[in-house]
Design a protein around this ligand. Structure first.
Ligand code: SF4
Length: 235
């Protein structure tokens, strides 16, 4: 995977990525021989077009207060993030995307079923980009025990903090084609932003999120965790 390094910023714009036909067919409920053949052609087309991308930075933590943490010159307000970064002296802000190419291709689909398939394929490309960033950090910075948080995943760290994250990362629009809209939504829509950070005891925002029946849940909700770990002020 060719990587471009600018000081401590890494641009991953040639991520090797392979769509898993069986996994996607199962997730997208592709049934019957005729549909399976059509799906295979659709996947091959997507594979040709897809250019998932990622951008991340190695950033020093410069200040820690009770409910905020400053990374370089950027201050994030989140008690949970602050506690999770208690022992860290650096973090890895990142943005990952399925890429504008796949987004435009999805919009060009007229058929509802194909739009649904395109959506699933875009998600797979986005996951590949997030994984590529994580692997690159592991390989180059030897931080195997890493967790991540995303602005907007918890009320404690609201979506508006994406503005701070985008500023910290410079010019994501030029680097990987990701723009933060006034609405705080990203374009392409299958993009994600957040922070990776070293943490011995793994953390998922889902542990603090009570949302029922979330299809993307990565860890069970722990109703006592906030009070146990994040409720007390750090002396
Ligand atoms: S449970 Fe779902 S909504 Fe809640 S943090 Fe996890 S992925 Fe996000």
């Amino acid at each position: 995977m060719p990587i471009k390094d600018f000081m401590h910023t890494h641009l991953l714009d040639s991520i090797s990525f392979s769509l898993d036909r069986n996994e996607l067919a199962s997730k997208l409920h592709v049934r019957g021989e005729d549909l399976a053949v059509e799906f295979q052609h659709f996947l091959s087309e997507a594979q040709e077009i897809a250019r998932p991308k990622g951008l991340y930075k190695v950033s020093g933590i410069t200040a820690k207060r009770e409910t905020s943490v400053t990374i370089e010159q950027s201050t994030f307000s989140s008690r949970v993030l602050r506690v999770n970064l208690e022992k860290a002296n650096r973090a890895f802000p990142y943005i990952a995307t399925c890429g504008e190419e796949l987004e435009q291709w999805g919009y060009s689909q007229k058929d509802m079923l194909k739009r649904f398939w395109a959506d699933g394929i875009q998600m797979a490309a986005l996951y590949a980009a997030v994984q590529a960033i994580r692997d690159h950090i592991d390989e180059h910075y030897r931080t195997q025990d890493m967790s991540m948080m995303n602005p907007g995943s918890l009320a404690d760290w609201p979506l508006r903090e994406q503005r701070v994250l985008f500023r910290l990362l410079g010019d994501p629009r030029s680097a990987i084609g990701v723009e933060l809209k006034e609405s705080l939504m990203m374009a392409p829509t299958k993009s994600t932003s957040g922070l990776f950070f070293p943490l011995e005891e793994s953390f998922e925002s889902c542990q603090l999120c009570p949302m029922a029946d979330c299809p993307a849940r990565r860890a069970p909700y722990d109703a006592t965790l906030y009070a146990k770990k994040y409720g007390e002020a750090i002396p």
